[in-house]
Structure formats: structure tokens, C-alpha cells
Design a protein around this ligand. Sequence first.
Ligand code: ADP
Ligand code: MG
Length: 749
Amino acid sequence: MTGSDAAADAGSAQPSNADSPTAVTLDSKLANVLGGRTAGALAKAFGVTTVGDLLSHYPRRYALRGELTALSMLPVDENVTIVAEVLEVRERTMKSRRGSILEVKISDGKGVLTLTFFNQAWRSRELAPGVRGIFAGKVSDYRGSLQLAHPDYELFDAQADAAPVDAQAAKKWAETPIPIYPATGTVASWQVQKSIEILLDSLGPVPDPLPDDVREERGLLPYGTALERIHRPRSDADWHSARDTLRYTEAFVLQCALVQQHSVARERHTTPRAPVPGGYLARFDAALSFQLTADQDTVGAEIARDLAQTAPMNRLVQGEVGSGKTVVALRAMLTVADSGGQAALLAPTEVLAAQHLRSIVATLGPDLAAELMPVLLTGQLPAAERRKALLRMVSGQARIVIGTHALLGESVSFFDLGLVVVDEQHRFGVDQREALRLKGAIPPHVLVLTATPIPRTIAMTVFGDLDVSTIAMLPAGRAGIQSFVVPLADKPAWALRVWDRLAEELALGRQGFVVCPAIAPKEPEEGESLEPDATTPGVATPDAAAPTSVESLLAELRRKPALAAARIAPLHGRMTSEAKDQTMRAFAAGEIDVLVATTVIEVGVDVANASAMVVMDADRFGVSQLHQLRGRVGRGGVPGLCLLVTSAQTGSLARERVEAVAATLDGFELAQVDLELRQEGDVLGSIQSGGRSSLRLLRVATDGDLIADARAHAQRLIGGDPALRTEPALREAVRRRLDDSERASLSKG
Ligand code: ADP
Ligand code: MG
């Protein structure tokens, strides 16, 4: 697509706009306003299909006509949009074949870039020295100098922008912000801009999704005005105020969608579940060897209240590793068993599923275990055992079923599935959870457990349709964890001390973990939980040394005199599930002293005697991830020791993150740090099972107050008018927001 195509397309399509002879609305198809070719290109590039979609494709930033952007920093092989001035134009003929090359040097006053065009000498008529414009294309490195081959461009002094005559007009012209849109190799920024201008020119009056009182209270612009000003600002103040309005509108519409969804979910019907006197739960509680913490009690009561209702429970329980979520979940499962139903516990890995089964059987004790007949269903099960497990599930004999995604298989069915517990929700695909929900003839109650502390804003934004319970305190008697940074950049000699310290722990009869970012030399463990920020600038520089790998460190540690007596074994994602499971069992049984592992140990591995954790290249892990890893030690009465080894320089962002982890044990505080230090999308992404953030202007790290305000307004409004009958424009905006795919991912959350 080129700009002229867009104009031509639109010119011919507009008069015969089939949508409505009177006005273009937010729901009009782009093809009807811009023509099929342009609409097709935009759909392919940005996934936009309606006028409303494209009008929500907001500028990424604004350039000034007088502004010259840094040419010296252009990344090779990326699509860039730059503002620059033509310096000189040169045409030369090619030696080897017929034709000519037009070379145009442009500059921003600092760097120089060459544009090349083959057989397009005519462009020298418009690309004259002194002309300014926006240039877009993919940067390539040609014999050591940067160039753009066949770039798209838009010159500022084209007719529409005719050079102003008087000085004041010139100043104004130079100060008018130029929207720079997210662009792709096929659709450049100003092509988006042209299309959007056509939309704005043909758009009828736009109804305002914000209720009048809300808009007035916050001093926001009418919606139509905000759309105009964000795309066609006359000054910076224009887009500032437009952005405020659109950001709040986004928060408000999203919260209305979530609050409404929450109330719709509560209108569905399921079987209420309550414990019976002298039943499984009563017997379990009577035999429990410890007292529940106050938080466990509170959350337990919240769950019991949910389970007793005909509306299915949709609750998220968050709590630190070791805070006792599993016990809380097990009590919910027993409540369901008391009422004759079954409960399924979905774990993210085979190792964890097997571990859950072992610990649940142990926690239940022999009598309850025999009666409730917990079964394991994973993909690794031999055929005979699998048949037996399936039979027990469908007959209702097994009141508790624990498994991996194998539970979602088509041949799997339950007798009376009353409750689904999802452990470590962010590792489990939303579709998989939904599939499990559909296993019941009627919707089961759903309980989601997560050890990732979720800052309030994210809870409101991503899990706004779930009720959230928090277990903030750890059971008494935990000996605690001491964390230290081992800064190799400043103190290289400490590298040896790390292994002596580990050996000291082993000498006390304890065990340890050593965590590495990679499995084999030079190969980061793909698909493992090394977080996306490991590749963002400031975290690990591209030319940094290769990450420490399990294989090389294992060999190294086995040669260390200090660890000569230690039994050291690897654990990583490239081992078979069988081998992993076997290794974990051996470690749990004390037959292995040190596990050299990747982050496979991050989730849930529970060995009370493990006291030491060494994290190599700690700066390559996310803040929350380090905190999770650390939760593997200090779980019993043995005090934990966590050594965070890093080569990051003092004062670097990478170092700051590692220091933050060492400085506090408060997971919520760290989650907030994480949120502030990391890319938004990564934070939301890791929580949404890799799903992409669909937020546009809203930033969960910084817009907490605004989101809370929007949620309060949304709750008040929907409380009085659940179907939004009095606010048709808002109702439409909510419907638009929850287009099919988004609706799916939100309702499955
Ligand atoms: P989480 O799932 O939140 O990581 P678990 O439920 O696995 O935590 O509990 C961790 C350990 O603490 C388990 O061994 C469990 O039996 C024990 N535990 C749970 N609640 C309490 C409590 N209130 N007092 C003492 N120990 C507890
Ligand atoms: Mg757990």
C-alpha cells in the first residue's frame, strides 16, 4: 500500500459507502470507507477491521516539523520512521546493467543516512536539498554506512503543507506535532495517518461512552474531540488532554466489561457444596497437626461461602510459596467430596502433579486417602494404570483427581465434577482451564492458586472478573531466609567463597540448589521460564558472556575439592519427565545433596531439608522469578540461605533488580518493583499465559489510581444498571471492547 493508493481507494469508495448513506460510525467496516486494498493492508498489518479499531491505533509519539531525530542511533534491520532533511542528491548509472541509482543523503544534523532508489531518477524533482520530511523503511548496513533502500517518505512541504509566509505562521507550522504511528514494513506511519484523516473527516457524531457525570468530575474531553486531538493535534497540549481522556475511557470501559462479566458469571447455576457434620472435612480438620493461620481461616471462610452458593465460584487465591495455599485448596476439595462431588487439581508439570499427589495422600492420612481414593492422571501413565484411573474418575470413586493437561483429554470424564483447582495459574493456558471447566455437565466451581503476588492494579485489570483472596502471612515456625548479592564485578574473589558456603551447609546435613539460566553452554533454555526481560537492554547486554549452564557448572562443581564429598545431580527441562521425577524423589529422600538446575525447580518443589540456594547470573532472571526461586529454601525449620551471584555492574538496572530481591522478602513489594522495572507487556504477558496485553494507553505500573477510580465508578454504575440500559454508548463500547477473541480470553481468566 502506498499513500496514493489510500487516497485513490478512498476517493472512489467513499461516495458509495454502503454502510450508511448518512454517516460513518465506529462500527463501519474500514473497507467501506477506505476501500478494499487499503483496508486489507491495514488489517494485515495491525489486525484492524473497523473504523473504531483504526481510530484506537493511537500515535506512538509525536514529532515536530522542526525536530530532527537521532540518525546516529538507528538500529540495523529495523523499520524506522525518522524526520530529516535532504542534503544532496546524486544520480549514477550502474556499471553492470542498464539503469540508474538515485542516492539521496539525508541528515538530522548529527548523523547521515543514504536513501537509494533504483531507476527512479524522477524522484530527484521532489527530493531536493533542503527539503524536510518523514522517511520510513528498513535500515540496512551497506559497506559500513547506513541506508534505506526504496524508503517511503512524506515531505513536509507538499502542497497541503505549503510553506507558511509570515514568521508567526511558520512557527506554528513548525510546532504542530506530527503523529508517528506504530508502523510495519508494509504500512508506514503516514499511511496510517492518511487513512485516519479520511476516517475523521467522514465520521459522524461519536457518542460518548463515559457517563456525563464521570466525564465532568474528571474534567475530560468529549470522546469525539479526544479522538480528533490525539490524531490531529495542533499543539502538544491537545494530545496531552486527549490522551488523558482516552486513557481514562479505556480504563472505564475495561472495568465495566470486567464488572459486568463478573455479574454475568454469577448468574450461572451450579451445585452448591457444603461440608456435612462428621464428614471428610470435619475429620480432616480434627486430625490436622497444625493450626491454620488467620489468613488461611479467612480465605477458607471466603471459599466456603462461595461453594455454598448456586453461583459458581471464580476465585483466585494468591499467597507466597509456603503460605499454605494447598491446604486451603484441599479443604475446599473435601467440602465438595462431602457433598458427593469430585474435585480436580490441575498442575502445570508432571513433577508437580506427582508431588501434589504424594503430599495430598500424606496430608489426608491413610484412612481418608483410602476413602477418597486420589488418583493421578498424567500423559506418562502406562495404559493399564491410565484405564484404571479413568474408570475411577468416571465412576465417581475417585473424589480427588490430580493431573496435568492430560486431564483435558477427550477420553477423560468425571462422574460429578464440582470443583476445579488450578495450581500456578500463570503457567497454564486459558484455553486449557476452559476445557477443564467444560468437563462438568454443569459449570464447576473454580479456584485458582498463584504464588506470584499480583499487584492490585494487575489484579483489577487482568483478573477483574475473579474474586481475589490473599494469604499474606506465612505459618509460624519458619526459620526465614537470608539473601545476599555476590557481586562478581566488584568482588571476583567471592566466586570461590560461594562454594565454600554451600559446602558448609552440606556439612550441617542440609541440601542445596544451584540455579543456572541455561542447560548447555551457549544455549538458553527456550520455553523454560527464563523471563522475557532477560533479553531486554540493561538486563543482559547482547555482548555479555554466555550464561552459566547446568552442564558446564555441574562438571566444574564436581571438580571442586570443597564439594568432593557431595552428591551432585542435574535437573532441567531437557530431561525426560521420568528422569526429572526420579531425580526429585532422590533429592527429597536425601540421596542427592546438590541439584544443579534450571528454573524447572521454580514452581512448588518442596524439600524441607533444602537450605541453600545459589542463583548464577541472577541478573538474567526476573525479580519475581528470583523471589519464587528463593522460596524453595527455608521451608522447614531450617534457616534458608540465598546467594544471588551476578556480574552486573554497580548502579546498573540489572544490578538494582538483584539488590531489590536481596533487600526484602515481601513478594508484593517485589512484584511492584518488577512492574516498575520491566516492560508492561512482559508483566501482563507472563501472567496471562503468554497472551498479549491488549491495553493501549493504560499502564498498569503507573495508572493504579486511575484504574481504581474507574473500577469504583464502574461498580457503582453496573450495580444500579447491570445491562447498562441507561448508557447505550457505553454498552456499545463494552461490546466493542469484548470482541470475540478478547471476550474468550477474559471470561476464561
Ligand atoms: P503453598 O502451596 O502455599 O506453597 P503449602 O500449602 O504447600 O504452601 O504449605 C507449605 C508447607 O507448610 C506444607 O508442608 C504444609 O503442610 C505446611 N503448612 C501449611 N499451613 C500451615 C500452618 N498453618 N502451620 C504450619 N504449617 C503449615
Ligand atoms: Mg503449593
